[in-house]
Design a protein around this ligand. Structure first.
Ligand code: NAD
Length: 482
């Protein structure tokens, strides 16, 4: 008897308990060696007054087993409830979200029968810190954070994943034609790391045209690595066009822990009717089996599941008159998969998880580079101002640079409005004044404090500052006027 791997299991809400029972029945029948530790998460926990939907005692289980098979949960209506998924990802450091988007044509309807794509989405950075501000009557702001170590981890993971799972190409999408520093860093690191994997093809697309290509010709892609927001959006697009939203599983991987789930929610209207399709959670469980090294079981389950789909034994959501053979409930579907354990699909590509493959790749860390020389060369001062025209603002702010700084430009929503602004430019109440050190002079924090005092004393309402640094002489801030 192989050694049992301890895993934490949550049955969730809505259809969760039914699809979890079906999933566990199948994988246990296939010989999965698991020791289950069941925890409570979701609606009941939220409503018992725990805003994160998970009790403190459940963390002990997760920290012990480090493997979490999670059914979907219902987030109660109304404010104040934190996303359990976001909490779990950040608390356990699950930086990689792996989402296969695979077509099962001709057995499941899809416009793209050859689609077989893995999306690797960065899970911890970008706008998902949810750091937002309202700064004036008219303006709100969100922070997008992209770090070198965060990007190195996810890009390396994508290449290691591709190699371990015998994929051929890794593609990156970002918007670095506009976001030159944040998405620019993502692109730069992608190129750096791609050069260390000469056995794999690599390519980069601007996300807008890349997304269009993905929606039009998804079979052109193999493994896609994306910053958090683009990954969030495009992994749903990919699952939808593959025809597999109800069939898709997902893995969230970190260095010490991992979580596996279906991509759909708790579908409360379908609950307790033996209707729901357990395939999404089963796909999550298969990724889990491969991750914990039970690759033979993963392959056995996947092959039996593919065979069941081929045999036309379908739950209501994928049942189609003519091509499907039998419409079954959750339990009967699970029984049909169990009955096919040991069989292989006749047409669909059989499973090929390998012991060293799956999601169980640890992205080696890049060695710390020596730090670049950082110099403070200016400051952007944000102002709440409604008292006149941009040239009046520029004229008022210009002398305040005093002897150590000069006002280079005033911007409104990213557009230069002083000097030489156009009267046509629409302006809000949110302004940005860029001061640079005179004659390239390096500044100190006290220069900025003195500047703010002068600005405040002149009657302007400054609402935020952003220091302007160079790193080894290269500006670490978006460009001013040409
Ligand atoms: P949903 O994915 O739960 O359901 C949308 C529709 O898809 C359902 O009405 C149903 O027709 C169909 N569907 C989904 N899964 C199915 C399955 N396994 N078998 C058959 N049909 C299925 O999305 P929703 O209705 O927007 O959200 C319901 C609840 O789920 C919300 O409380 C939401 O917050 C939560 N949610 C949880 C997760 C998660 O736990 N990971 C993810 C998404 C949504």
């Amino acid at each position: 008897m192989p050694k049992k791997t301890p895993i934490t299991v949550a049955y969730g809400d809505g259809i969760g308990p039914e699809i979890m029972r079906a999933t566990l029945d199948i994988i246990v029948a296939a010989g999965a060696a698991l020791e289950l530790d069941v925890i409570e998460i979701g609606e009941k926990v939220y409503l018992a007054g725990n805003p994160s939907g998970i009790a403190p005692s459940a963390w002990e289980s997760l920290r012990r087993t480090r493997v979490f098979l999670k059914a979907p949960i219902t987030t109660p209506q109304g404010g104040g409830y934190k996303s359990l998924n976001v909490t779990t990802r950040t608390m356990l450091g699950l930086y990689a979200n792996v989402r296969p988007a695979i077509a099962y044509a001709p057995f499941v309807d899809t416009k793209y029968p050859d689609m077989d794509l893995i999306i690797v989405r960065e899970n911890e950075e970008d706008i998902y810190g949810g750091i937002e501000y309202r700064q004036t009557q008219q303006m709100t702001e969100a922070l997008k954070l992209i770090s070198r170590p965060g990007t190195e981890k996810i890009v390396r993971f994508a290449f290691e994943y591709a190699r371990a799972n015998v994929r051929k190409k890794v593609t990156c999408f970002a918007k670095d034609n506009i976001l030159k520093l944040t998405d620019g860093l993502f692109h730069k690191i992608f190129d750096e790391i791609a050069s260390q994997y000469p056995d794999l093809t690599s390519e980069f697309w601007i996300v807008d045209i890349g997304a269009a290509k993905l929606a039009d010709t998804p079979e052109a892609f193999d493994v896609l690595v994306l910053p958090n927001l683009y990954g969030d959006i495009l992994s749903d697009v990919a699952a939808q066009i593959a025809g597999s939203v109800g069939l898709a599983g997902s893995a969230n991987i970190g260095d010490v822990a991992a979580m596996f789930e279906a991509i759909h929610g708790s579908a409360p209207r379908r609950a307790n009717q033996n209707l729901a399709n357990p395939s999404g959670l089963l796909q999550g469980a298969i990724l889990m089996l491969a991750h914990i090294g039970q690759t033979d079981v993963a392959n056995t389950v996947q092959n039996a599941w593919l065979r069941t789909i081929e045999d036309g034994i379908h739950t209501y959501d994928i049942y189609k008159e003519g091509s499907s053979k039998e419409k079954v409930g959750t339990k009967e579907f699970a029984q049909a998969v169990v009955a096919r354990l040991g069989q292989k699909p006749a047409q669909l590509r059989p499973a090929s998880y390998r012991p060293s493959g799956s999601t169980n790749v640890v992205a080696a860390r890049t060695k710390e580079a020596s730090p670049e020389r950082k110099a403070l060369v200016g400051v952007d001062v944000y102002l709440d101002w409604t008292k006149g025209r941009p040239d009046e603002l520029g004229a008022g702010l210009r002398p305040l640079g005093a002897d150590r700084m000069r006002l280079q430009a005033v911007f409104n929503r990213g557009t230069v409005v002083w000097p030489n602004g156009l009267p046509e430019t629409f302006c809000t109440d949110h302004w940005r004044a860029r001061y640079l050190g005179n004659d390239g002079m390096t500044l100190e924090n006290r220069d900025i404090i003195a500047l703010l005092e002068r600005i405040g004393a002149a009657g302007y309402d400054y609402i935020k500052t952003e220091h302007l640094y160079t790193f080894d002489g290269i500006p670490g801030f978006s460009a001013g006027p040409a």
